[in-house]
Write a protein that binds this ligand. Sequence first.
Ligand code: CO
Length: 233
Amino acid sequence: MPHRLLGNNRDWAAAKKAADPGFFTRLAQQQSPRYMWIGCADSRVPANEITGLDPGEVFVHRNVANVVVHSDLNALSTIQFAVEHLKVEHIFVVGHYGCAGVRAAMRGVRVGLADNWLRHVHDVRLRHRKRLDHLPPEQQEDTLCEMNVIEQVGNVALSTVLQDAWARGQKVAVHGWVYGLRDGLLKDLDVTMDDSATVVQVFANAFKRYPRVADDAGGDPAEERFDTPDGGA
Ligand code: CO
């Protein structure tokens, strides 16, 4: 008795071939996706399925809490391959509300080895704590999911891969999206970076949508990077 998944696979391959006899032959020759997806490993956020894309249409990298770390050779190699060889035109960093990794980072819950990985999300929380701490707990988590995406979009944009691509004049844009588990919908966070010059500007504006506590008129020294103090503005 074959495993259920192998049975599913045979059915799927047969249906695909029946609908389009050349499907696998074409794909076997080469992949030429226009999109790259950097998302959470969460089983509820499958890139192809929720965007209605077939095999061959989106190049995917997923990890816990969709984090892009400057020294993560796994992520960077994948991004480099996507940009330099596949010549993808759009990279989407996609977080999701209800992310257990973000929740653990928000609440300081110990989950195991992943604590060290989630430290990067915790750092995002610390950097923007004055925009987070005054919100109700439920809203803090949703907001940190969004902030984490924005920070990771910045990390992709600041990688040597994207900087070099833009210096060559290659057209490739990095976008930030969040997926809603409750409604199945993707939301565009409107933080698209498509050349070196846009990075600072997009970053500077991105966090202003999350107001700091009313009595805090000044900037927060921990909130460095490209975020500019917006007190009084
Ligand atoms: Co998640």
